[in-house]
Design a protein around this ligand. Structure first.
Ligand code: NAP
Ligand code: ZN
Ligand code: ZN
Length: 346
């Protein structure tokens, strides 16, 4: 199947138009027309090869919503015409303990990423969502509720699930004090979910102009981190802190903001190691943890939660030829709060 997309040919190069083939449908495959595709900071890290060596040519994009246009002979989960969502992975081994537990993102044989990965045939480069068509095995796609505005749904497929999953895992809710570090694409979803789950929610941000938005999204408190003394006031305060910051930072003052038995979860992935002071961890029996996206069933649960609570990403919808500027503005923390590509413009 012919597809139009945007590609990056080498680390840090500009993205440019690209025509390529998606695979012919296998019996359990679903083809979709993409409506919207979000721009995640992970797309930028990978297109600029800020993590491990990357696979080029690369068509980024793993926040995808669209409509089913064709189904394989054995597909039972979707019908033509239904809304469908695709997230950060398109396959996994299906047999390991993680996959059996619905935690495909932690597959012991590694998940197959939606892009910057090789499919499980060992040779096909997976091309992602900056495109107008997609093909996926039905087991790795989810149903999109029909009552939500679709541009704001697309980023839920990564930014949404990546904050929903740790908030649920570490039991954010009434009586808990939660802080979200960084009010970006991920962080603003953390604020909305934490508030909806009933936790007292604080934003740690280095952007003073975001305070009003943070409060409108449900934050109870806003702490400007560029003023070091502000953070110090919050020592030994929080049950749970979620770090969504894309840049390398000093975790120390944030770890100190954890109370006894509190946990700081690393979600942002700047690509370089953090330094950790052992004394800060053992001082209050604090934990430093990590969390990566969520499994297929939790992705569906999160979308249903959004449908019930009317939760969406705040988005700036762009035409495809704006992608390169959108990358630069995202790195400058200058987006409210996620760029989403209108796939009609490919
Ligand atoms: P984003 O929209 O660019 O947001 C990142 C936020 O970090 C910014 O809005 C800004 O918040 C803060 N920030 C940026 N530069 C900073 C600096 N120099 N100092 C202090 N704060 C800074 O990015 P995103 O799409 O939300 O992604 C965030 C990170 O999570 C990325 O590293 C991405 O790769 C990673 N990620 C991880 C997972 C996972 O499964 N764990 C999934 C998706 C993405 P303020 O302006 O409020 O300070
Ligand atoms: Zn992402
Ligand atoms: Zn597995």
């Amino acid at each position: 199947m012919k597809a139009q997309g945007y590609v990056v040919h080498s680390a840090g190069a500009q993205l440019e138009p690209f025509e390529f083939d998606r695979r012919q449908l296998r019996p359990r495959d679903v083809a979709l027309e993409i409506y919207y595709s979000g721009i995640c900071h992970s797309d930028i890290h990978q297109a600029r090869e800020e993590w491990d060596p990357a696979i080029f040519p690369m068509v980024p994009g793993h926040e995808i919503v669209g409509k089913v246009i064709e189904i394989g002979s054995q597909v039972s989960k979707f019908k033509v015409g239904e809304l469908i969502g695709v997230g950060v992975f398109i396959d996994s081994c299906r047999n390991c303990s993680s996959c059996m537990a619905g935690l495909e993102q932690y597959c012991l044989e590694d998940m197959t990423g939606t892009y910057n990965s090789i499919e499980r045939d060992g040779k096909t480069i997976a091309f992602g969502g900056y495109s107008n068509r997609f093909v996926i095995d039905e087991d790795y796609a989810v149903h999109v509720p029909t009552n939500l505005e679709l541009a704001g749904v697309a980023p839920l497929m990564c930014a949404g699930i990546t904050l929903y999953s740790p908030l649920k895992h570490w039991q954010a809710g009434p009586g808990k004090k939660v802080a979200i570090m960084g009010l970006g694409g991920l962080g603003h979803m953390g604020v909305k979910f934490s508030h909806a789950l009933g936790a007292e929610t604080t934003v740690f941000s280095h952007s003073p102009e975001k305070e009003a938005d943070a409060k409108a999204m449900g934050a109870d408190h806003f702490v400007l981190t560029s003023n070091a003394s502000e953070l110090k006031k919050h020592r030994k305060s929080f049950d749970l802190i979620l770090n969504t910051i894309s840049a390398q930072i000093d975790l120390e003052p944030y770890l100190q903001a954890l109370k006894l038995d509190g946990t700081l979860v690393v979600i942002g992935l700047p690509g370089k190691p953090y330094e950790v002071a052992a004394g800060t961890l053992l001082g209050q029996r604090r934990s430093l943890a990590g969390s990566m996206i969520g499994g297929v069933s939790e992705l569906q649960e999160m979308l249903n939660f959004c449908s019930t609570h009317n939760i969406l990403c705040d988005v700036e919808v762009i035409k495809v030829d704006y992608i390169n500027q959108a990358f630069d503005r995202t790195v400058a923390s200058d987006v409210k709060y996620r760029f989403v590509i209108d796939a009609k413009t490919f």
